[in-house]
Design a protein around this ligand. Structure first.
Ligand SMILES: Nc1ncnc2c1ncn2[C@@H]1O[C@H](COP(=O)(O)OP(=O)(O)OP(=O)(O)O)[C@@H](O)[C@H]1O
Ligand SMILES: [Mg+2]
Length: 347
């Protein structure tokens, strides 16, 4: 039986106005998230990867409705999030928690660790839980994230970056959420601290059956953490599939370039076609016609890439790619399969 996904996103789109000129009028729009669809089954991890500015954080905020989409659909546990009223949204925000890159800015410097972790409990269930029960839950959780009970009386500035992120994780978990949206949670940390935190997150995921949307610009982190990966470029998903398939046989030239940039690529990988990525990610307020990646693409077929926007279409039973290399008749890699929606339905 196919599991019902815990999170299902369809055709999500959001633009931002760009203001400028003497009168600060709207002069353009940034297509931050452009027609994105994906889903995550319970207790699984989807890794969302792409360069700075490609729209990853905007996707996260749209799911939590911290910002509203222009169009699209977000379904969480079978319910339409975009139709939620204020009370339903409050309840949703207990079930979906976000963890940010910079733990310091998300922790109130004037509150003790105990109060920081207990605050969501007090807000959501304060009148239902005794002080003893709240203390019990906070102590239990602070130990689970690798801190000590006597840390609860300290302030955030008394901890290292890695320890502060552990406090942030404890705060996010205190309401026993189902989905964690982790936005570059370890990117600000040293490599060794990062590895310990990632291990902790995997352990907590197993123990608490958590589902992760894990955002990163680091392919190694995604490889370690994720079951599936969605590769984003200028607001669009360009490749989407299980980690094993995408990492062993990357198809989109952008995915290939990201993998080639990994410091220690697996020598068994199909690296012969992989090349270094040149130039910067394009300007999201001035996305090229056709394929957004064509100005940087080392495998451009020809004019079609500059003119026709490719669609995210299946290349096999599990993986979809948005690239004319695979979907244009006459090309060696052409594979006439169905719609990417069919892949999502089969998963
Ligand atoms: N509130 C906003 N107003 C205007 N433009 C915005 C806003 N939020 C995001 N953008 C623009 O949308 C695009 C996507 O931004 P987003 O923060 O989602 O990217 P990102 O992939 O998370 O980048 P990073 O890896 O640097 O965190 C960028 O061009 C950004 O400037
Ligand atoms: Mg971001």
């Amino acid at each position: 039986m196919v599991d019902q996904p815990l999170l299902r996103v369809r055709n999500l789109t959001r633009s931002f106005p760009v203001q400028g000129g003497f009168f600060n009028r709207i002069v353009n729009y940034v297509r931050a998230v452009d027609d994105i669809s994906f889903e995550i089954n319970g207790a699984k991890t989807l890794g969302l990867i792409g360069e700075s500015g490609c729209g990853k954080t905007t996707v996260a905020k749209l799911i939590l409705r911290l910002i509203e989409p222009d169009s699209g659909e977000v379904m969480f546990d079978g319910a339409h999030v975009l139709d939620f009223d204020a009370a339903q949204l409050r309840a949703l925000r207990a079930r979906i928690q976000m963890i940010y890159q910079d733990p310091y800015s998300s922790l109130n410097p004037r509150m003790k660790v105990f109060d920081i972790i207990a605050e969501p409990l007090n807000i959501h269930y304060g009148h239902q839980l005794s002080a003893k029960e709240i203390r019990h839950r906070v102590v239990d959780l602070v130990k689970r994230v690798g801190l000590h009970e006597n840390d609860l009386g300290k302030y955030p500035h008394m901890f290292s970056g890695g320890q502060r992120q552990r406090i942030g994780i404890a705060r996010a978990l205190i309401l026993q959420p189902q989905l964690l949206v982790l936005d570059e949670p370890t990117s600000a940390l040293d490599v060794s601290i990062q590895a310990k935190l990632l291990k902790l997150l995997l352990q907590l995921q197993r123990e608490m059956q958590l589902t992760f949307l894990f955002i990163s610009h680091d392919m190694r982190v995604i490889q370690l953490m994720a079951d599936d990966v969605a590769v984003m470029y200028l607001g669009k998903i360009v490749e989407y599939g299980p980690i094993e398939d995408v990492f062993s046989n990357p198809r989109h030239p952008y995915t290939q370039a990201l993998l080639a940039a990994m410091p220690t690529p697996d020598p068994g990988n199909r690296l012969d076609k992989l090349v270094q990525l040149k130039g910067e990610i394009g300007d999201p307020s001035n996305i090229p016609a056709g394929c957004p990646f064509w100005p940087r693409c080392p495998q451009k077929i020809g004019e079609i890439c500059e003119r026709k926007p490719p669609q995210l279409l299946p290349v096999n039973q599990t993986t979809a790619v948005s690239c004319h290399l695979y979907h244009e008749p006459g090309h060696e890699d052409f594979s006439p399969l169905g719609k990417s929606d069919e892949i999502l339905a089969r998963r």
